[in-house]
Ligand binder design. Sequence first.
Ligand SMILES: Nc1ncnc2c1ncn2[C@@H]1O[C@H](COP(=O)(O)OP(=O)(O)OP(=O)(O)O)[C@@H](O)[C@H]1O
Length: 284
Amino acid sequence: MNNIQVDVETGKTPTQVRRTRSPQGGVRMGDDLIVETRSLTKEFKGFVAVSDVNLKVRRHTIHALIGPNGAGKTTCFNLVTKFLTPTRGQILFNGNDITHTQPAAIARQGMVRSFQISAVFGHLTVLENVRVALQRKQGKSFQFWRSGECLNELNARAEELIEAVGVAEYRDTPAGELSYGRKRALEIATTLALDPEMLLLDEPMAGMGTEDVRRTAELIRRVAANRTILMVEHNLSVVADLSDTITVLKLGRVLAEGSYAEITDNPEVVEAYMGAGHGGAGHG
Ligand SMILES: Nc1ncnc2c1ncn2[C@@H]1O[C@H](COP(=O)(O)OP(=O)(O)OP(=O)(O)O)[C@@H](O)[C@H]1O
């Protein structure tokens, strides 16, 4: 049975090449940092939604962004994934300044936002959806795909991916008929088809029932074995369970950063959540 570590990182990936290459931008980061933001700031018509955020995401960790409503999590996430342009500040990915790079170019560099590129097509089966994603990554040449060998390879890879995310038994089911949680697992499979070095997840548990949350958390943990994950997540018990590092935002600024134990020990964090009317750990 394949597991996620062998099925998605085969041979010399572009990722591995990047890891050994010296940064092109000439901006040095600490060796273990994959993403760093410097004084990241976003203003909307004078309103400062994100203010001077210095984020340090270490390679091969799960890093969560949390905070009460309106804290700036989504804005911060959209800045890092380049859906928004910062008013000020800098974003580095693998040492390269990507502040002004287009989202598609960043995806090619290995930073992929789930549910961004990887739309799931409801009328296609689970397996077909993953095949489409694999073809999108590799297939520019029609001739290439005409070769039977390539198609076999593609099928084998697609089977591995759906196995890895736990939807293999639904391989021939149209994606539109899947439960919400399984659809999101399939979305993760289509994202993994792009072989990302870093995965950005925007509220991966949103709208899920307990069983789907448990399964998705397990999936994220497996996916993270050889990747970096940055996620915005409201479900604090999931955050507690999964995250190596948590950055707490409040009113656009970093209020605290550390392990779950560290941040929950911080009176300012407790106050921020209580003050905002949040129910604390386990709140979905
Ligand atoms: N496009 C925009 N124009 C104006 N203000 C915005 C815009 N996007 C976000 N904001 C404001 O910026 C602040 C931060 O919003 P953001 O959505 O990033 O917070 P959040 O932490 O993700 O909140 P939530 O948990 O409620 O999703 C909020 O006050 C919001 O109203």
